[in-house]
Design a protein. Structure first.
Length: 399
């Protein structure tokens, strides 16, 4: 079998999402995805990577994984080159599963869990929907489309939001109420008034549901170290589960200093590309929960090495979502097939909302747990109407 064509697709409406479809002479097609900078990734795939793949055996996945980032400008990052390689890698695993008529989680070694617990990232329907990526301006709170405008929920009525999640069996929620203060002060300091306002959701959650809800706190890498330490101390009273990306994720030493200053786990990081920066973080004792985004870090091939590395350091693994639908499905295959998975990120306003406008099958999430995908490969495909969209941009490189 050989690769005959590499096709990329993106839309104006969901402008962060880029899909790649790998066509073969056997007629089998693999589907992959990445997120952010879709046009830059598209250009890299066709201008640089296509010649490395066309005519090659698509099932030499490990060899391709190395070859695709064997470039001077693609060393251990989540830049466009890594995101391109990630999307292709996911497509190759989808193809492998389809060729063998098995789900991707089986191809990765089989199920380690019958189901995996999910937490809800409390984004709203419009969050990261457009290609503006600066925090706060992309919250898009006005675009209310349904019952799960959870970003507005945590900023205004976090207790009721926690109750609504618990009613669905979801006992973990991720919130980011410190972002407005970080943006306002450029992450350099936090005033007493800002601290009080940002702590309000935690008070409301604990008052409404006690300790039945786990709270993950997202900081989006916006704070300097002393401010992060100050916030970390104040929040300890509310027993959060983890602090995610509290500072820029480029200094294992600084993160280790923060980690040593608090009893709350540090979660890091969707921003890290390839296993190598994780090794530095783990060696420094800077991270307790290993988060990764498969669409950015090198795909399923690199993702399972990162999960294994975490396990080697006796740390749990927690795959990222809050990107696109195919990436979410890939993450679920990874969650289910790694022994040290703690929990899977999910966004109910996405998987009940815009994800369903794009793909045929969404994972089953029941009573706070995600179940294995069924069918060969990833177990989901782009919907036929995606190919008919007037805002669709398709580019092809062929033999
Ligand atoms: Mg995050």
């Amino acid at each position: 079998m050989k690769i005959t064509e590499i096709e990329t697709l993106r839309t104006d409406e969901f402008s962060n999402v880029l899909w790649v479809r790998i066509h073969t002479d056997a007629g089998v097609i693999g589907l992959g995805e990445t997120f952010y900078g879709a046009e830059a990734v598209e250009a890299h795939i066709h201008n640089t990577l296509a010649t490395r793949l066309l005519g090659k055996d698509p099932l030499r996945i490990e060899a391709h994984a190395r070859e695709l980032v064997n470039l001077p400008m693609a060393q251990s990052s989540t830049g466009a080159e890594y995101r391109a390689a990630s999307a292709i890698d996911i497509a190759l695993w989808d193809l492998f599963g389809k060729v063998c008529n098995q789900p991707v989680h089986q191809m990765l070694g089989g199920l380690c869990h019958d189901k995996v617990r999910v937490y809800n990232t409390c984004a709203g329907y419009g969050y990261v929907r457009s290609n503006k990526i600066k925090p706060v301006d992309t919250w898009n709170l006005s675009t209310v489309e349904g019952p799960y405008e959870d970003l507005k929920g945590f900023m205004t009525d976090a207790g009721a939001l926690a109750e609504s999640l618990l009613e669905q069996g979801i006992s973990g929620m991720k919130i980011w109420p410190f972002d407005p203060a970080a943006i306002e002060n450029n992450g350099t300091f936090i005033t007493a008034e800002q601290m009080k306002r940002a702590v309000e959701p935690f008070e409301k959650i604990r008052k409404a549901v006690g300790d039945r809800m786990e709270i993950m706190v997202e900081f989006h890498c916006l704070w300097n170290l002393p401010s992060a330490k100050k916030i970390a101390k104040v929040l300890e009273a509310y027993s959060p589960t983890w602090y995610e990306d509290p500072i820029r994720m480029n200094s294992p030493g600084a993160l280790a200093e923060l980690s040593a200053s608090t009893d709350v786990w540090i979660c890091a990081s969707e921003t890290l590309g390839s296993r190598f920066p994780y090794k530095d973080m783990l060696e420094a004792g800077a991270v307790q929960v290993v988060m990764t985004d498969l669409c950015w870090t090198g795909g399923l091939t690199e993702g399972r090495k990162i999960a294994a590395l975490a396990d080697t350091y006796h740390r749990p693994y927690a795959p990222h979502d809050c990107t696109g639908p195919v990436g979410f499905v890939a993450a679920i295959h990874s969650s289910l097939s790694n022994p040290n998975t703690l929990i899977q990120e999910s966004v109910r306003s996405f998987y009940t909302g815009w994800y369903k406008e794009l793909v045929t099958t969404m994972p089953r999430i029941e009573n706070g747990y995600v179940l294995p995908m069924e069918g060969p490969g990833l177990g989901t495909e782009l919907l036929p109407q995606v190919f008919e969209r007037p805002d669709l941009h398709v580019r092809r490189s062929a033999l």
